[in-house]
Design a protein around this ligand. Sequence first.
Ligand code: FES
Length: 142
Amino acid sequence: MAYSKQVVDRFESVLNNPEQHAVGRFDPNDPNVATGLTGAPACGDVMKLQLKLNNDIIEDVKFKTYGCGSAIASSTMFVDMLKGKTIAEAKEIKDKDIAAALELPAIKLHCSVLAEESIHRAIADWEDKLRHRQHNQIYKEV
Ligand code: FES
């Protein structure tokens, strides 16, 4: 199985300049940072995705992926698509869009699913933080 040119180009670009491609981490204690950590049952690879939010807008994104070239290429494509989006817009991004753009073969589809699942978990983490904030605000007011 050969990787498509899109996967190879993205993967090599990340290797040559990881910071430009948002590889890294934010302070997990920052109240405006949400984190999603996902493992792929099919292969054991792992992705951690962090969103930095300003109210409802995703201002910045960082990721670390311990996985194959397809997973890393998928991760960077998701990062590009997430920046500047609202949470509602981010929920609309699907792994199938990434898989199609990267021409992933069927055997590698789980690599883009790993990235999409990380987004869902980061969004769930953010929504959890918002619920806690609202709860604490109500508690303070009572
Ligand atoms: Fe594990 Fe691609 S083979 S994420």
